[in-house]
Ligand binder design. Structure first.
Ligand code: PGA
Length: 247
């Protein structure tokens, strides 16, 4: 594991964006596994900026997103499809037919998940997977207790995740209770994993995930076993790490 401590959210975003840029420059037709949430917004802003300056070209890039709420179609403003368009894709030159997000509008979980795994396989797997981490240690929507050996599947969200995501909806009752998510197996098969975390609310779980036991109770802890994991934390998210890692 390569651990990088940044001194601010902006610095974390720029460092993570640098690593994604390197991937796109080294392999212009790469497959990025992208993530939604508050944490990666700054990464996308930085990448858009470099694209506008002519430093990045996404014409041959494919994006396969981590997850989507069950029941929300593309037009829903809280769907992850919509998030990705608004925060990233509509500002760069990625081709629309190179964009994949699980189809939240389709209630047929078996078909959605099987087809999503086939999409990933057809593209030769994911070159670089960007991940945030939930306060309960989830990655994608793999909540505590999720089996490590699953591909894309439907999950029921934990109450803590619903509460954390409520900020984007009118009320807690409006937050979907189910999602389609890439499984831990899919995530672990990515050639490179880039985990980012920001803010004091993530400090304890970051320590547990990276330095605690590897257990389905903390889904992100499996990343300790990934052969090419880079973690970029801002100052606050790194606050609970053992001292030798923050110096
Ligand atoms: P956040 O979400 O970036 O909004 O904190 C992270 C996650 O739940 O994976």
């Amino acid at each position: 594991m390569k651990l990088i401590c940044a001194n601010s959210y902006q610095d974390m975003s720029r460092k993570a964006a640098n690593l994604i840029s390197a991937q796109v420059i080294m392999k212009p037709n790469c497959v990025l596994g992208l993530a939604t949430g508050g944490t990666p917004e700054g990464v996308y802003k930085q990448l858009i900026d470099w694209y506008r300056k002519g430093d990045l070209d996404f014409d041959q890039v494919t994006s396969i997103n981590l997850d989507e709420y069950v029941g929300l179609g593309h037009e829903h403003e809280q769907s992850y499809w919509y998030f990705m368009q608004k925060h990233f894709f509509e500002h760069i030159n990625i081709r629309p037919d190179h964009i994949f997000v699980p189809d939240g509008a389709n209630p047929d979980a078996e078909t959605v998940c099987r087809e999503y795994d086939q999409i990933i396989q057809r593209h030769g797997g994911i070159d670089l997977q960007l991940l945030g981490i939930g306060v309960d240690g989830h990655i994608g929507f793999n909540e505590p207790g999720a089996a490590f050996e699953l591909g894309t599947h439907r999950v029921r969200l934990q109450q803590s995740t619903i509460k954390a995501n409520q900020r984007y909806f009118a009320s807690e009752a409006d937050v979907p209770v189910e999602a389609y998510t890439m499984g831990i197996k899919t995530i672990m098969q990515a050639h490179k994993v880039l985990l980012i975390a920001s803010g004091p609310a993530k400090a304890a779980i970051v320590r547990e995930a990276l330095f605690g036991p590897v257990t389905p109770r903390v889904p992100a802890s499996i990343l300790q076993m990934h052969p090419d994991l880079t973690v970029v934390l801002d100052h606050e998210a790194s606050a609970c790490l053992p001292a030798e890692f923050t110096a």
